[in-house]
Design a protein around this ligand. Structure first.
Ligand code: IMP
Ligand code: MG
Length: 171
């Protein structure tokens, strides 16, 4: 039984839903007057459930891209070296507002690297949205534009988050 592996429920389904409602409202409000294309950059694989729920609640036109990164680490340790495994490829980068969607920010390496990467590619704007934030673990100085909820330094799984690829499908 998968449930026997789980110590406790940190955030309930209802809480997640409420958090995502308020993020969607903020994002909709912040981008409603932009004339550029709003492009979600969904970071595979952990952000899939979060991005899917979030996009349905944003009442603006938006496009979807995916990226995949690996950060030379396994299990509960993430490394500092971010490598892009799947990149976005579109000719109109300079006319897009990118919003990177992450499941969790830990050291900050991934989001800080990706933000710089997309800006370097010529993006008009790059912001970041993370469902979970473990601020006590930060290694690089990075504050996401949209944070769902801050959590203590505990290893969490479910709702997209994995431990060696397991538990992503937990609600
Ligand atoms: P960062 O680059 O250290 O900020 O790490 C971000 C990535 O580390 C996330 O996209 C997750 O894949 C992974 N990660 C960090 N903390 C956890 C956790 O508690 N559970 C599952 N994955 C985590
Ligand atoms: Mg991951």
């Amino acid at each position: 039984m998968i449930k026997n592996d789980i110590e406790k429920v940190l955030i309930s389904e209802q809480q997640l839903s409420d958090i995502i409602d308020s993020l969607a409202e903020r994002i909709t409000n912040d981008y409603k007057d932009s004339e550029r294309k709003l492009v979600f950059v969904v970071i595979l694989k952990g952000s899939i459930p979060f991005a899917t729920e979030l996009m349905k609640r944003i009442t603006l036109p938006l496009e979807i891209e995916v990226m995949k990164v690996s950060s030379y680490g396994s299990g509960t340790v993430s490394g500092g070296n971010v490598k892009i495994v799947l990149d976005i490829d579109r000719p109109d980068i300079s006319s897009c507002d990118f919003l990177i969607i992450e499941d969790i920010i830990d050291s900050g390496n991934t989001l800080s690297y990706l933000t710089g990467y997309l800006m370097h590619k010529g993006a008009k704007s790059v912001r970041t949205c993370t469902l979970l934030d473990k601020p006590s673990r930060r290694v690089v100085d990075f504050v996401p534009d949209y944070t769902g909820i801050e959590i203590p330094d505990e290893f969490v799984v479910g709702y997209g988050l994995d431990y060696d690829e397991r538990y992503r499908a937990l609600p």
